[in-house]
Design a protein around this ligand. Structure first.
Ligand SMILES: C[S@@+](CC[C@H](N)C(=O)[O-])C[C@H]1O[C@@H](n2cnc3c(N)ncnc32)[C@H](O)[C@@H]1O
Length: 212
């Protein structure tokens, strides 16, 4: 039922739909049908950033990407109900991000509460591992911005360690977003996981950076 619904929605791309195979390099011309900058939310779940930012910034475009269709289904329904023309979803994995976007096509990336992948040997699957940073660097515009939020101290530490060794600039971070000067940078948006973690008493780590 959920899969059938997203299968009929033009603002959800997934394998088998005609646009899916042609979308790389064509998000502006074929999907959003404007020239506005594109923000991508990775592991978007219900797409709280995609939707929240699309409502706040009507002259920018937002694409949420998640491997799970049932998570996208929720956000896709909200986009439809709100009639948002600057938001859409892609069902796919960040592992193949370069199949979905062309170099320089993305203006900003949001990574809210990715799976921490805490076990030894899982480092390469963390969305802030250098394996992924290389993709982000290629696909972002030269001045492109990356935002990252997590409740997980180990994942945050891992990410800061990775970034120390990576050519990045304008790195700003906080271990406690809600008591930080950076608070305005999250645009007042809380994802489903963030709301759960806040209820459980976790503090929220946030960072942003650009590639050098
Ligand atoms: C912990 S949930 C967070 C969801 C949402 N961002 C939030 O904060 O509520 C992580 C999400 O990332 C998705 N995910 C995990 N690995 C992924 C990958 N390689 N590419 C795309 N999505 C991924 C999962 O399906 C899941 O929806």
């Amino acid at each position: 039922m959920r899969y059938q619904q997203i299968g009929r929605q033009d603002h959800v791309l997934e394998e088998g739909k005609p646009l899916y195979a042609q979308i790389s390099g064509n998000w502006n011309s074929l999907f959003f049908k404007n020239e506005n900058p594109i923000t991508v939310e990775l592991g978007c779940g219900g797409g709280e950033y995609t939707i929240g930012l699309a409502r706040q910034f009507p002259h920018r475009n937002f694409a949420g990407l998640d491997v799970k269709g049932d998570r996208i289904w929720k956000g896709a329904g909200i986009v439809q109900d709100l009639g948002l023309k600057n938001a859409g979803f892609l069902r796919g994995t960040a592992d193949f991000l370069e199949r979905f976007f062309s170099p320089g096509e993305i203006a900003e990336i949001w990574i809210p509460f990715p799976d921490p992948r805490p076990k030894p040997g899982q480092e390469k699957r963390r969305l802030t591992h250098p394996r992924y940073l290389g993709k982000y660097r290629t696909l972002l515009k030269p001045d492109g911005l990356v935002h990252f939020k997590t409740d997980n101290p180990e994942l945050f530490r891992f990410t800061l360690d990775v970034l120390k060794k990576y050519p990045v600039r304008d790195l700003f971070f906080t271990y406690d977003l809600y008591h930080s000067d950076l608070l305005a940078h999250h645009f007042g948006i809380q994802t489903k996981y963030e709301q759960q973690f806040l209820k459980e008493g976790f503090t929220i780590n946030y960072l942003q950076f650009r590639f050098s």
